[in-house]
Design a protein around this ligand. Structure first.
Ligand code: FE
Length: 227
């Protein structure tokens, strides 16, 4: 397996490039529009052909690069079936397997941060979008987010994965790059709660400012970043 973690400095977004060594096919998860040239260069260098591009959810803080990648490479766009983005070509269900050459990636419906949030499990690692972050969890106060859904997605699904599962989130603001399910279970301050109501209390009192780009970003990302 070929694996690259890329970072967008402006929005602190992680983008993942995953390729099959045998078929030379690749997938990109959560591309940022401004960095498309970098991804294409990387694919070229690694001699990989992009066949799919996945969005974990409709982002509110940056423009998606999925539409642009589609027009430059003819890859297929993919999101979970709860997305409101009508242009998405492949809409996957909970537990559905996404194939990229010999690689199998399992979609897991993990709402909470947004109603359309999915995580993607591949072998020893989970791409958790903004559902579960390193030392944090995705805010739940816009885009039909729900602290209750977030609790259930995290405690009843993600934390049930083997403790050694590598956690690759969609963002990090403090320089962390990777964690494990076991580490988050033990040390993530949001997860050290005795029950759901304690978690809801934390999430419903974060008092975060509204993301600067939300109005234009969400509108544009419903077209996968296209104008
Ligand atoms: Fe998000």
């Amino acid at each position: 397996m070929i694996f690259k973690q890329l970072f967008d400095d402006l929005s602190c977004t992680f983008t993942y490039l995953i390729g099959s060594e045998t078929s030379r096919e690749a997938v990109i998860i959560d591309p940022v529009l401004e960095n498309i040239d970098e991804y294409l260069l990387e694919l070229n260098k690694l001699k990989l052909g992009l066949i799919k591009v996945i969005e974990t959810h409709t982002h509110a803080d940056h423009f998606s690069g999925s539409s642009e990648l589609k027009s430059r490479t003819n890859c297929k766009t993919l999101m979970g079936e709860h997305t409101k983005a009508e242009v998405v070509e492949i809409k996957v269900k909970d537990d559905e397997i996404v194939k990229v050459g010999d690689l199998n990636i399992k979609a897991m419906y993990t709402p909470g941060h947004t109603l359309d949030s999915y995580s993607f499990l591949m072998k020893d690692r989970i791409f958790s979008g903004d559902t579960l972050l390193i030392n944090g969890t995705g805010r739940t106060d816009f885009q039909d987010g729900s602290a209750k859904d977030s609790y259930e997605s995290i405690f009843n699904r993600l934390l049930k994965l083997p403790e050694k599962t590598l956690l690759y989130p969609a963002h990090d603001y403090k320089g962390e790059k990777v964690s494990t399910i076991g580490k988050e279970k033990k040390f993530n301050p949001r997860l050290q709660v005795k029950d759901m109501s304690e978690y809801l209390d934390i999430m419903n009192n974060l008092n975060l400012p509204k993301p600067k780009l939300i109005d234009i970003a969400v509108k544009r990302n419903l077209k996968l970043g296209a104008l």
